[in-house]
Design a protein around this ligand. Sequence first.
Ligand code: COA
Length: 167
Amino acid sequence: MHTRLATSGDAAAIAEIYNREVTEGTATFDMVPRTEAEQLAWMREHSGAYPCVVATSGQEAGATVMGWACLSPYRPRPAYSTSVEDSIYVHRDHQGRGVGDLLLGHLVALADDHGFHATFARIADAGAASIALHSKHGFDLVGVEREVGRKFGRWLDVTVMQRLRPR
Ligand SMILES: CC(C)(COP(=O)(O)OP(=O)(O)OC[C@H]1O[C@@H](n2cnc3c(N)ncnc32)[C@H](O)[C@@H]1OP(=O)(O)O)[C@@H](O)C(=O)NCCC(=O)NCCS
């Protein structure tokens, strides 16, 4: 297993992993799958300070993309610019085998390298795996936003977790 910065060549694999959670899961509040064009635009926004990393089955060209994780701006107003939000999605066929652990380790290291002071995770529907994974990587519970979203005919909470860059 290997992690690296994503390239535009990973767009289709990233979209496939994400779109399954859009249509079948509650981890994301998106309701409509991303098109190829939207995914490519998203890739352009997730570079530089706000990277996307992928976990692959090996280092060779054509290795399977098993999951991805990214940093995004937390809020648009300027004083929030020292904070970021993470996203992490592992293909359902590859969950529970350490892929998310590897991805979040790489992503948190990038957030520190890029000088971000606070990294937030907004975890929908009390996702147990995501809460445990973020705890393992130094995120603490901030609180729970109750019934802030609605999908598949039910209310969804968002658990907010936060990690500060080590001083
Ligand atoms: C949440 C997710 C990213 C975790 O990735 P993963 O590759 O399945 O997790 P890993 O195998 O790397 O496990 C890492 C840690 O997560 C926790 N974990 C993983 N699966 C778990 C489960 N089913 N229940 C509770 N904790 C779990 C454990 O703490 C584990 O560490 P350990 O093995 O040392 O105990 C992945 O399950 C996923 O993509 N889920 C759907 C989308 C999603 O919820 N994304 C998060 C949005 S915030």
